[in-house]
Design a protein around this ligand. Structure first.
Ligand code: XMP
Length: 512
């Protein structure tokens, strides 16, 4: 295994992901408890993360001495490089100008990290984000790559098996970064790379049992993939100690609520409380057009109904949630500055404080595609696991303006046609998310001999790896006209269809 020492970087979880991709088990420990984690895990390698701190600050995070004394291979990234240099006798100075964003490094010498990836003399794009820089190498190290902003972009000490980079190899902006991490795991630490999702499942089951003991757990199902995978995993760990509650707000797509209920009750035999609350939600949304107020109402009503059901089943000690890593990171400030709420996500926060329960969040370090792999591992059907993400507030945020039953039904019909065509064209799995938005706009059209004055629909489809950034999907030429024609012909109430080409940023994926 590999221990990742977290110095507080926003992208530490990406290091863990890359190590998992290399087929190696890893754990992240904050630098404050890293020594104990190191002793417990006895890892074959250690990776040091970046940090918002500066090694020049008094009291800034340090590598535990026990790790340096152990003889285990170490790889430092950004702050991890600087702190390694500083603690081993090198020097770090305040850079007059830092390097932020894309940078081109030149490879100046061979290094095991570059095996099969980079050769001496080549130039490659990497992602930099640092103010300070290493001004003197620690004894035993040699530089193996340079960047315009630093003569010490990558350093190596082969006798101790210590390596470090100034750039962030864990982010997608460093295209070859994952291969460097795999080289560290395999060629430096000698790990074989045969770790799989099956082992993740077994490790999580053990962790859930240890956390929960004989306590009771309640899990809110949203109808989506994440909460379903979390619930099935927790059920595997603690069986009857788990109760699932599905607060059905009636804002799902055609047939989706029924699918979830049948999956749990019939395929998995997991007891499920199905609260049919469509009327409550529609009544509460009546007359509301403000996006944040709609989100807040839905989040609040969801919590109220969930609490009521929790009381009915006699309460619980733990609350299970299918929170993923991108949910966590989008909910904290991304820049380190004051955090701005773009949208109130109704799946994170709120509930735990009010219900005074401990959280069980077994998917917290995973990304969407990893959750899908885990779902398959747990035997969930591919068609369910491969479903596009669907937002907690459901169709309500795909109907700008007032939400009514009639508008939900119109949207459901149009959305179903759009998705049917996407599946028929074999594009469903290439697209991250595709959906229709019913606009609060009417337009004039002509059908047969008559004038129409009806609703406008927007179609959206994006590609993405984690929902944090996204690009509009480019359909083959005849696809959108065909869908537009079908929708206008088959869905009463819509007479015009448009396509949304905005990427994220500056747009968001959903319209509200
Ligand atoms: P945005 O629109 O912020 O969406 O670009 C990013 C991803 O998050 C989904 N989304 C939500 N998911 N509760 C959720 O569980 C929410 O309140 C929520 N709002 C947006 C969205 O569908 C996309 O996948």
């Amino acid at each position: 295994s590999i221990l990742i020492v977290d110095f507080g970087s926003q992208v530490t979880q990406l290091i863990a992901r890359r190590v998992r991709e290399a087929g190696v088990y890893s754990e992240i420990a904050p630098f404050t408890t890293a020594e104990a984690a190191f002793a417990r895990m006895a890892p074959k390698g250690v990776i040091l993360s970046g940090s918002p701190a500066s090694v020049l600050d008094e009291g800034s995070p340090r590598i535990p001495q026990a790790i340096l004394d152990s003889g285990v291979p170490i790889m430092g990234i950004c702050y991890g490089q600087q702190v390694l240099m500083q603690q081993l006798g090198g020097n770090v100075t305040l850079g007059e100008s830092g390097e932020f964003g894309h940078a081109v490094i030149e490879i100046t010498d061979d290094c095991v990290l570059f095996d099969g990836v980079w050769k001496t003399g080549e130039k490659h794009t990497v992602w930099m984000s640092h103010g300070d820089k290493v001004s003197a190498l620690a004894p035993g190290f040699r530089p193996v790559a340079v960047s315009p902003g630093s003569p010490i972009a990558v350093v190596a000490d082969d006798s101790r098996k210590y390596y470090a980079t100034q750039f962030h190899m864990e982010v997608a902006h460093t295209p070859d970064g994952a291969k460097l991490i795999a080289n560290f795991a395999r060629h430096v630490c000698g790990l074989t790379g045969d770790w799989t999702m099956a082992e993740f499942r077994a490790a999580k089951v053990a962790q859930i049992r240890a956390q929960v003991g004989s306590g009771r757990v309640i899990c809110g199902l949203s109808g989506g993939v994440d909460s379903a995978v979390a619930a099935v995993l927790i059920h595997e760990a603690i069986g009857e100690q788990l109760t699932c509650v599905f607060v059905d707000h009636g804002l799902m797509r055609t047939g989706e609520a029924e699918q979830v209920v049948s999956l749990f009750r019939n395929s998995y035999n997991i007891p499920l409380v199905h609260v049919n609350a469509e009327e409550t939600f529609l009544a509460g949304l009546a007359g509301e057009t403000d996006p944040e107020k709609k989100r807040k109402f839905i989040g609040g009503a969801f919590i109220d109904l969930f609490e009521e059901e929790a009381r009915k089943v006699g309460g619980a000690d733990f609350l299970a949630q299918g929170t993923l890593y991108p949910d966590v990171i989008e909910s904290v400030s991304f820049t380190g500055g004051p955090s701005v709420t773009i949208k109130s996500h109704h799946n994170v926060g709120g509930l735990p404080e009010r219900m005074n329960m401990q959280l069980v969040e077994p998917l917290r370090e995973l990304f969407k595609d990893e959750v899908r792999a885990l779902g398959m591992e747990l035997g969930l059907p591919q068609a369910f696991v491969g479903r596009h993400p669907f937002p907690g507030p459901g169709l309500a945020i795909r109907i700008p303006g007032e939400v009514t039953k009639e508008r939900c039904d119109i949207l459901r019909k149009a959305d179903a046609i759009y998705l049917e065509e996407i599946r028929a064209a074999g594009l469903y799995d290439t697209i991250w998310q595709a959906f229709a938005v019913l606009l609060p706009v009417r337009s004039v059209g002509v059908m047969g001999d008559g004038r129409t004055y009806d609703n406008v629909l927007a179609l959206r489809a994006v590609t993405s790896t984690d929902g944090m950034t996204a690009e509009a999907f480019q359909f083959p030429g005849d696809f959108l006209p065909r869908v537009a024609t079908r929708i206008v012909n088959e869905v009463k109430g819509i007479n015009r269809v448009t396509y949304d080409y905005t990427s994220k940023p500056p747009g968001t994926i959903e319209w509200e």
